[in-house]
Every structure is written in C-alpha cells, then in structure tokens.
Ligand binder design. Structure first.
Ligand code: HEM
Length: 551
C-alpha cells in the first residue's frame, strides 16, 4: 500500500516534466529523420511552433521565403503533440508524391473526416476504390465532346445575357464595380448550370433572383467557412465537441447543411423522376450520372456538391488575379486585344461569327491569351497548397524524411517563385515564357507547374476552366478597358488569407491545406469593395482615365 502511494507521488512529480522528457527522447532519434526548417531557430519543447504563430497572418509569404532560401526548397517540422508536416516547392518531390509513390500519399482519414458531412465521399473526399470509380466515371464524361459543347453554350449565355450587360450598365452610370464579386457570381451560376442545369441567376441585374438559390449560395459559403475553421483549429477534434453541443460555428454548419442537402436532394429526386418518365434529355453532369442506375441518391448528391465546389471559386480567383496583373501591364493587354481582333477578322470581320462571344475553335486559337492566363496562375495559383497524408514513413527524393501520418503539402504558390524552376525572372509576369518561336503555346511539365494538380488525381475540369476564363477575358477586353481602383492606402497587393469557395476550404496553415484559391483583397478590411474595380481612377497611372472605358 505504501509502495503504491510513493509511486503515485513520484509519477505526480514527473508529470510536469513529461513533455520535456518525451522531447529529449525524440531528439535522440536518427538525425536524418529530424525535421528541417532552413535558417530558423528551433525552441526547446515547442520547436518551430512560435514561428508559425508569429507568421499566421502571412503564412503563404513567410513559407515561400523559407522554401526559396532552402537548398532543397523543402521545409519539415514535428513539434511536440502536433502532427508532423513537410511542405515542399521541389518539383522532384512533387512528382514523387503525386505520381511515383501515389499510393503512399492519400488524402488521409483526418482530412476526410473533417469534410465528410459536407462533401460525403465524393471525388474530392475519398481515396482508394471509392475515389477510383468516381474518377473513371467522371473522366469518361469530361472527355465527351457533348459536355464541352454544353459548357461553351452555358458560358456564352452567362457572358452575353449577364456579364456584358452589367458592365455596359455600369459604364453608362460611371459606376465602379467589384470584379471579384462578379466573377464569383458568374462562376456559381455557371457551375450550377453545368452540374445540374439549374440557374441560380446570381449575376443578374437584380442580384440574387430566386430566394432559394440565394440561400443555397450563402449556405455553401457558410459550410466552407466552417470547414476552414475546423482545419485551422490546432485541436483537430474540438469541432466534434462543438457539433455535439450545437455550438457556433457548428450550429451554423448544421443549418447550412440542411439548406444544401435539401436543395441538392430535391434536384436529384426531380431529375430521377423525370428520367423515369422519359422526360429528361439534358446534357448537364447530373443527368449524365443519373442515366445509369448504379448510383444511389446519396452518391448523386455527393457528385453535385463536389462538382460545385470544384468549379466555384477556382476560375473566379484566377481571373481576379489576372485582371489585377493586367492593370499594370498595358503591353500584355494590348497584345491580347490584338490577338482577339485578328481572330475576329479572320472569322468574318467585326462581329466575327456574328456572336458577342467566341466559338470553341476561336478560343483554342487564342495562344497568347492562353499563355497570359497560364502565366498569371503560375504566380497566383487558385489552389496555392495541396496536402496529402503519408501512409508509410520514407525519404523524399531531396532527402527529407516524412513520418507515418505526417501531412505532406506541395506549395504551387512558392514553386512559381523558385529560380531553380523558372529562372531569374521567376517573379516577373511574362506570358512569353509559355510561347515557342512560332507564338504557339508550349505546355510545361505538370510537376513544375502543379496548378491543376498532376498525376492520377489531376484536375478534370482544366479544359472547362480555360473555356470559361478565355471566353470571359476575350469578351470583356474586346469591349472594355478595365481600370484598377485601389483603396485609400494604395496598392493592396498582399496575399492575404485565401478567399472564397474552394478557397475558404483551404486552411493556409502548414498543417492542413486542402483545396483553395488565393485572392487579393484590399487592405484594412476594404474587402470586396476594393477588389478589382473598373471605370474608376487609375492609381497606377496606367490607363487613360475615367472616360476611356469603351474600346
Ligand atoms: C482555374 C481553375 C481550376 C484550377 C486551378 C483547378 C485546380 C485543381 C486542383 C489543384 C485539384 C486537386 C485538388 C485536390 O485533390 O486536392 C483539382 C481537382 C479537381 N478539379 Fe479542378 N481546378 C480548376 C477548375 C475546375 C473546374 C471548372 C472543374 C469542373 C467542375 C474542376 C474539376 C475538378 C475535379 C473533378 C477534381 C478532382 C480530381 C480527382 O480528385 O480525381 N476543376 N483541381
């Protein structure tokens, strides 16, 4: 009895020092397996954690600086009590993670469990066989010409019926518009129509047309913000407790999911019933999937939600950055406009095909525009980080150790700024780097440019995204000249937190990032109103002034 109580006292005495003890035991391990952050001091017990906390509001810029300076362009960390992690901007590592040893780097249970109530087991939130069958089915559909034509038509509708009239109106009124907001609404309308032929009409003159659609869009925003909060939290299971007790933000999540699931289920049910009755003849994605009887209602709902997530903010983020970059590069803008006009002339003079938009073939022939958009995403990738989980420990090609269960992230944003990959002018916006001597677009190795991911899980919507982005840019620049308006503090170029849709899902912490879109926002909370504006003053002095908005 006495022996028992003295052991208990000894244990209580040791208890406060236990973390330290564990830490020293950890340091005794193989030195090759030690985490490395180039040029940063590691503190006793807490390791690198203070650096991450100090830089949490500028994590992307901070990590990019470290990876640029690191000889291998990789950083790794393993602090007491936290999941270990590797973040890399090394293309050999990226190839290894995304292709060579693909099986060792799934999304992982932690990430999947945090997204499950929102994305179910859809293509973005599954691994192994569950992912594979969806990938096969989706690739088959994405490769069909009929889907491409359907996408061209939906984009044309949104551009001609909504985007251009809104810009015209703003021009007549001399009003500044928030391009980022417009592009987000555009993308939402468009992806809903492509996914299940519903038109939320978010980009109408009246704003949000149907109440139910407006609710749906808001619910999607909410759900993404809450998922981001789950990923951001250092205690990864805290959200479960909050959910159990229906506390904020999980309360909001519950409400958002009720709206999303109700909306999506209604559409899926109606579609199935119409199909059964032989009334359905549509080309949208849901109809294609619903045509087969092998998909349950639940899996069809997951298809829809995952699809919306994929297409919502990626293109709008890319274009917001693109227009912003263009505002300081009239030389690039002029080349794009010359290319568009030359194509119009080729296809029959002013008006070309007789339409305000461009055909798929015309869009394909816009080589310089393709290069300019690609170059813009090299510097500002809509998905700046992408994280995977490591199944079995190993060493990456550059010698960095990865432990079992660690999160392994590649950082496309940092990769665009690495001289070893892109040369000394890597930070310069130079579309020409993508063109050969004949002015034709020359693609790069996807592991150097993983903006659309690479390997077996590469983005399926890349072509669709280019159709949408090229169509918008060509139609807008053919008619309008955009002027950038900054907030009172001037130039707001700061890669702030991620934004929107996919982006809000992205936690820009080194521990977890999933899918996201970077975007710039004005400083001091100017937010949307200071995003890319047009027809206003020209703080950079690049354009001709307020009146000169119409080409
Ligand atoms: C500029 C626009 C876009 C960019 C930069 C982009 C980028 C990406 C990235 C980085 C991934 C990998 C995400 C991950 O697994 O964590 C991905 C996957 C995917 N993207 Fe995109 N995307 C874009 C637009 C689209 C569009 C418009 C669609 C069509 C709906 C789409 C459909 C998909 C799908 C289905 C996947 C999942 C592939 C899989 O896991 O097998 N994407 N995309």
């Amino acid at each position: 009895m006495e022996l028992c109580s003295s052991s208990a006292s000894l244990f209580l005495l040791i208890l406060p020092f236990l973390p330290l003890l564990l830490y020293f035991l950890y340091l005794q391990q193989d030195p090759k397996k030690q985490p490395r952050i180039h040029g940063l001091k590691s503190y006793p017990v807490v390791g690198m954690l203070p650096h991450f906390i100090k830089n949490k509001d500028r994590i992307l810029e901070w990590m990019t600086g470290i990876m640029k300076r690191s000889p291998t362009h990789t950083m790794s960390f393993k602090d007491l009590g936290l999941t270990g992690g590797v973040i890399t901007a090394n293309s050999a590592n990226v190839e290894h993670i995304l292709k060579t040893n693909f099986g060792n780097y799934p999304k992982g249970e932690l990430a999947i469990s945090m997204l499950e109530d929102f994305l179910g087991h859809g293509i973005f939130n599954s691994d192994g066989d569950q992912w594979l069958w969806q990938r096969k089915a989706a690739s088959y559909e994405f490769n069909k010409r009929s889907l491409r034509n359907f996408v061209v038509d939906t984009v044309r509708f949104e551009v001609v019926e909504r985007l251009l009239p809104l810009l015209e109106q703003a021009g007549r009124d001399g009003r500044t518009v928030d391009m980022q907001d417009m592009l987000e609404r555009f993308a939402f309308d468009n992806i809903c129509r492509v996914a299940f032929e519903e038109d939320p009409a978010c980009l109408t003159m009246e704003g949000m047309a149907a109440h139910e659609s407006a609710e749906f869009m808001r619910a999607f925003d909410d759900a993404q913000n809450v998922v981001k909060a789950r990923f951001d939290s250092p205690a990864k299971s805290l959200w479960r407790i909050k959910k159990f007790f229906n506390m904020e933000p999980e309360k909001r999540m519950r409400e958002a999911l009720t709206t999303i699931n109700g909306y999506v289920k209604r559409i899926v049910r109606e579609r199935r019933e119409r199909r059964k009755a032989g009334l359905e003849r549509s080309d949208d994605f849901l109809s294609r999937f619903a045509a087969g009887s092998e998909h349950s209602e639940e899996s069809l709902c997951d298809v829809v939600t995952n699809f919306i997530l994929a297409g919502r903010d990626t293109t709008s983020s890319a274009l917001t950055w693109f227009f912003w970059l263009l505002s300081s590069r009239p030389d690039v803008e002029d080349k794009i406009v010359r290319e568009i006009r030359a194509l119009r002339q080729l296809s029959g003079g002013a008006g070309g095909t007789g339409s305000a938009t461009f055909s798929f073939d015309e869009l394909r022939d816009m080589q310089y525009l393709h290069a300019a958009i690609t170059e813009s995403m090299r510097l500002y990738p809509p998905v700046p980080f992408d994280a995977h989980s490591c199944k079995e420990e190993e060493f990456l090609p550059d010698g960095t150790f990865v432990g079992k269960g660690w999160l392994v992230t590649y950082c496309a944003y940092a990769m665009g700024r690495v001289e070893d990959i892109w040369g000394e002018d890597c930070e310069e916006f130079r579309p020409e780097r993508w063109l050969d001597d004949a002015g034709m677009f020359r693609p790069e190795n996807t592991f150097k440019y993983p903006v659309f991911h690479a390997g077996p899980r590469m983005c399926l919507g890349k072509e669709m995204a280019y159709i949408q982005m090229k169509s918008i840019v060509a139609c807008v620049l053919e008619k309008f000249r955009l002027h950038y308006s900054s907030d009172a503090k001037g130039h707001p170029v700061e890669v702030e937190e991620t934004t929107s849709a996919a982006a809000r899902m992205l936690s820009e912490t080194p521990e977890h990032s999933w899918l996201g879109a970077t975007a710039w926002r004005g400083t001091s909370g100017m937010g949307l109103s200071s995003a890319l504006d047009w027809l206003s003053e020209d703080p950079l002095g690049l354009h001709n002034g307020r009146g000169d908005w119409r080409r």
